[in-house]
Design a protein around this ligand. Structure first.
Ligand code: PMP
Length: 455
């Protein structure tokens, strides 16, 4: 398996894909039957639109998920590196979270009143992220939306800056990207935007200090909403000095810096903010913290908290656009307390990061031995390979080297050998329950795929 400059043969890829599709269908008759049935009642046969992205002709239906594995209704055991796209980064059904949730279910699931867990969770988030004044939501999308509303409210400006090829959930202002002429356009596939995103949003390339300075120059931007490393177009790491420049430029122009750690929490117990000593004005985190129970949080620096405090009349506090009857409800906060306190601990992050390093080394060895012009990137407990030789500087560069046909094949090849990767790019996430043999299984399966394609 050593070719100095391996070239992809598209005909071979198509032939191999056909074999894998047949194999998947033959191995999953029960999932196929459930999918046929679901077509009668669900739009396109799936509960959410993005589920059509799974690489097979239909998704495998889960019977039981536990730790870093799940079994499908056809009885196959999978190693799960997608872990619910970070929603199950704590592993499936961590014992401490289940125990806390069961306990809370008997004590009252939701009652519009706080429980002691709220204060505990606030204190733990403060320890991890060095911000305070926390509020809760049930999804990172909502937390981002409400953080943006509060930013506009106190700064008194209307515009938002995001990065090209970012993803912050179903947040209207962030469904924006750069068009070919550098103008702001809706993201490809944007469904029914309320207003032209060019009215609400400025978009800058990741790692482009000059572009960001220009976007902030008119002082009409309330907030920059950013992932400290892009993770949703695949991983794009910040270059040395970029995040410092973002902080400096936002401070100088009176713009809030909102850091969305929903995925970059993989960088460590305090996310990239903790690992790289960042100083956001507002921090958002969703998914992971509830161990699978809906939960998200957003917190503020003392200065911003002070500006918000008292700025909303008590009588108006329930109608101003920040809501969520169940946001911060008792069950959610019981789950967050157990997950942060007992599962996603500092010690667990050490193990998860070591596993991602092992994944990185294994995949790198295959890449180098085969001569494919691909690279491997890692951010703490998350790692991926991508179809370009060097690290990308921007989301657009990463996007330009994506290859949906090849990606689909590699995902399906892995699924047929009982390894689940994200359906969106070539990314693997470690949980506290992931083992070295899970990692080695992926390396083995990946090596076989590269061999089949390039030998
Ligand atoms: N922020 C980031 C960085 C994300 O990756 C996502 C989802 N992938 C979200 C926000 C939105 O999360 P949710 O869909 O749970 O609202």
């Amino acid at each position: 398996m050593t070719r100095p400059s391996a070239r992809l043969d598209r005909d071979l890829l198509a032939r191999l894909m056909a074999v894998e599709l047949t194999r998947f269908a033959a191995d999953h008759p029960r999932s196929a039957a459930l999918h046929e049935r679901a077509k009668g009642s669900l739009l396109e046969g799936v509960p959410m639109p993005w589920m059509v992205k799974w690489a097979g002709p239909f998704p495998p239906y889960v019977a039981v998920a536990s730790g870093a594995h799940f079994s499908c209704v056809d009885g196959h055991d999978y190693v799960d590196f997608c872990l619910g796209d970070t929603g199950a980064m704590a592993g499936h059904g961590p014992a401490a979270t289940i125990a806390a949730v069961e306990r809370q279910m008997r004590r009252g699931i939701t009652h519009m009143l706080p429980t002691e867990d709220a204060a505990w969770v606030g204190e733990e988030l403060t320890r991890r992220f060095s911000l305070g004044a926390w509020q809760f939501a049930l999804s990172a999308s909502d937390a981002n939306r409400w953080a943006l509303r509060l930013a506009r409210h106190i700064i008194g400006r209307s515009k938002v800056v995001v990065h090209d090829h970012c993803y912050h959930g179903s947040v209207d202002e962030a469904i924006a990207m750069l068009g070919p002429d550098g103008s702001v356009v809706p993201v490809r596939g944007s469904v029914g935007p309320q207003v032209d995103v060019a009215q609400t949003t400025r978009v800058v390339e990741f790692n482009d200090i000059t572009g960001l300075a220009a976007a902030l120059a008119d002082r009409d931007v309330a907030a920059v909403l950013l992932e400290p490393a892009l993770t949703n177009v695949g991983i794009v790491l910040p270059e040395a000095g970029y995040l410092e420049a973002v902080r400096e430029l936002t401070r100088r122009s009176g713009t809030l810096l909102i850091i969305d750690e929903t995925h970059t929490i993989c960088a460590g117990p305090g996310g990239a903010t903790g690992a790289w000593r960042l100083e956001p004005d507002v921090l958002v985190i969703g998914k992971t913290i509830g161990g699978g129970i809906p939960a998200a949080a957003y917190g503020f620096s003392p200065e911003i908290a002070e500006r918000i405090a008292g700025s909303i009349a008590v009588d108006d506090s329930d109608v101003g656009g920040i809501g969520g009857t169940l946001a911060g409800y008792a069950l959610s906060l019981a789950a967050v307390r157990a997950t942060l306190g007992e599962v996603l601990t500092d010690e667990a992050f050490g193990r998860m990061t070591a596993l991602a390093e092992r994944w990185e080394v294994g995949v790198n060895e295959v890449v180098h031995a085969s001569g494919v012009p691909w690279h491997v990137t890692r951010l703490g407990a998350r790692a991926e390979y991508h179809f370009m030789a060097d690290l990308p500087r921007t989301g657009a560069e990463q996007w330009a080297h994506s290859d949906p046909e090849l990606e689909r094949f590699l995902h399906l090849w892995a699924m047929n050998r009982r390894v689940l990767m994200t359906p969106f790019h070539n990314m693997a996430l470690m949980s506290p329950a992931t083992t070295e043999s899970d990692v080695d299984r992926h390396t083995e399966v990946f090596a076989q795929a590269v061999e089949a394609l390039f030998a």
